[in-house]
Design a protein around this ligand. Structure first.
Ligand SMILES: *Cc1c(COP(=O)(O)O)cnc(C)c1O
Length: 492
């Protein structure tokens, strides 16, 4: 008999002791997720038709997020617009859903822009913030009157040439970085330095040709990290730039503050604290590892002491869209004027480009269990029909407990702790670095459901190594009876 299904009592008891105190990280969930997870037959049918893994979206939740942003912004007395940062998720059907719910789309590549135009999205609902703007992208944007956010003088000159050639004015915003914060500059590889932006604009617009072909509509920044104080400071400094420039414009200048609005994934602060404490103990060698290969996820051991901090997204935090935006907009300047007051008094439009936070509670990823085994360290490895690139972001790990749908639930079963492993021929293709406690050992054919994966996790880093195909994206909807797939989109 295979040891994996050898349910001899002594073995299970031993496993229990070794895995004692494996800290849970319970995700925040929505009713639609529970209905899906509770319906093994539906999951099995979906995986049979569209293969594993499968990304499932709930568009009403996405539209609700769009409308919430609108409602929050409507409580202020200045103009505002939101643009969904397309790069956070490739599912095409999010585009019309965003437009219908009152948001525009922030595109960041030629194909992202082309796809939106092909879908018939009005050019004034689109912007391009692409980091690299090749000739065909600039041509496409200028031809259709889509606003480009510019990063450097080469781009300015390129846009001027294209606009002059097409005899069509180009609409632009200028990206700024290098804001002063607490006596230091906030470095970014993107944008014009705040200290030179005024002279660049003056120089460029000293030419009447430039002024006739390239229309400046506003300014843009997108800061790394999630600091509201930095965003507030950057807004004041951008408001100052616009004031100093004293340019004429038919419309109010906009300030686009990019994305990075924090969202919360976890239900318990206590679990979050306990998890970090336990991880540190494991890194210090005081207990059995709780991560694959005792990965510290940012914590390291130096001369017997644990140093560093978690290199993951702050999966638990207490911000909401309302409180995050409020903190930014209430930031005062030296004259005690808040950002919100200045936007109103100086007649500027505020723009946001949220990606992740608009996808909160919008998606899950289903994957089929293929095999189980026990490795030489005595850990259970559960092989899933998916790979690491299909659950990956810039975060060191995705710190949420998944759900498992068992085809044969066994209330008598002993709990087990497992690692989920993927299909790439890499030792590090372990889908979650955390060891996960389950109520029973999954069997081949059971389904693992990773929760809240629509923002980046599903496919930002998805690759096709080994010629594995990219996962299918679809959305589900409930009319009468159970949820049904409604929006299959083979083009991703
Ligand atoms: C990534 C990005 C966004 C979206 O950021 P989120 O953290 O997903 O909200 C918006 N604007 C720009 C320019 C970006 O690079």
């Amino acid at each position: 008999m295979n040891t994996i299904i050898d349910k001899s009592k002594s073995k299970l008891k031993k496993a229990k002791v070794m895995n004692a105190n494996l800290p849970p990280l319970k995700p925040l969930t929505s009713p639609w997720m529970h209905e899906l997870v509770g319906d093994f037959k539906l999951q099995e049918a979906l995986l049979k038709e569209w293969q594993s893994p499968l990304n499932i979206h709930h568009l009403p939740s996405f539209q609700e997020n769009c409308r919430e942003y609108r409602q929050i912004l409507d409580t202020y007395n200045f103009n505002s617009n939101i643009f969904f940062a397309r790069k956070a998720n490739k599912f095409k059907n999010l585009i019309p859903a965003a437009i219908e719910a009152g948001a525009g789309i922030d595109t960041a590549s030629f194909r992202e822009l082309e796809q939106c135009l092909e879908l018939g999205i009005a050019p004034d609902r689109l912007i391009s913030t692409a980091a690299i703007k090749e000739d065909r992208l600039i041509n496409l944007a200028v031809k259709h009157g889509v606003l480009l956010i510019l990063d450097n003088t080469d781009e300015l000159e390129h846009v001027l040439r294209v606009a002059a050639g097409l005899k069509q004015p180009a609409l632009i915003g200028i990206r700024i970085s290098g804001f002063n914060f607490k006596g230091e500059k906030l470095y970014s590889r993107f944008g014009f330095d705040i200290d030179e932006v005024e002279s660049v604009v003056h120089r460029f617009y000293s030419s009447p040709e430039a002024a006739s072909h390239v229309k400046l509509r506003g300014f843009h920044f997108h800061l790394d990290g999630y600091s509201t104080a930095q965003r507030g400071a950057a807004l004041h400094q951008t408001l100052d730039v616009i004031k100093n420039l004293d340019l004429k414009s038919e419309k109010p200048f906009f300030i686009d503050i990019g994305g990075g609005v924090l969202m919360n994934y976890l239900s318990s602060e206590q679990e979050w604290d306990i998890f970090q404490g336990t991880l540190k103990e494991a890194v210090a060698g005081e207990r059995r590892p709780i991560t694959f290969g005792n990965d510290g996820l940012g914590f390291t051991l130096k001369e017997g002491a644990v140093e560093g901090s978690l290199a993951t997204y702050p999966y638990y935090n207490e911000y909401s869209k309302v409180t995050f935006l409020k903190e930014i907009l209430q930031t005062p300047n030296a004259n005690s004027k808040t950002v919100a007051q200045r936007l109103e008094q100086e007649n500027r439009e505020l723009r946001l480009e949220p990606g992740r936070s608009l996808l909160n509670q919008v998606g899950v990823t289903l994957a089929r269990v293929v095999h189980r085994k026990k490795d030489s360290r005595g850990d259970y490895l559960v092989g899933l029909e998916m790979n690491m690139s299909q659950l990956k972001s810039s975060s060191a790990d995705f710190l949420l407990d998944p759900f498992v749908s068992y085809q044969n639930p066994d209330p008598e079963a002993e709990p087990v702790a497992v690692y989920f492993t993927g299909a790439y021929c890499l030792e590090r293709d372990v889908l979650l670095k955390r060891k996960i406690q389950l109520s029973q050992l999954p069997e081949p054919g059971d389904v693992v459901c990773f929760i809240n994966t629509a923002g980046y996790m599903m496919h930002f880093f998805e690759t096709e190594a080994h010629l594995f195909e990219r996962a299918t994206n679809l959305s589900i909807k409930k009319s009468e009876g159970p949820y049904q797939p409604v929006d299959f989109n083979p083009e991703h």
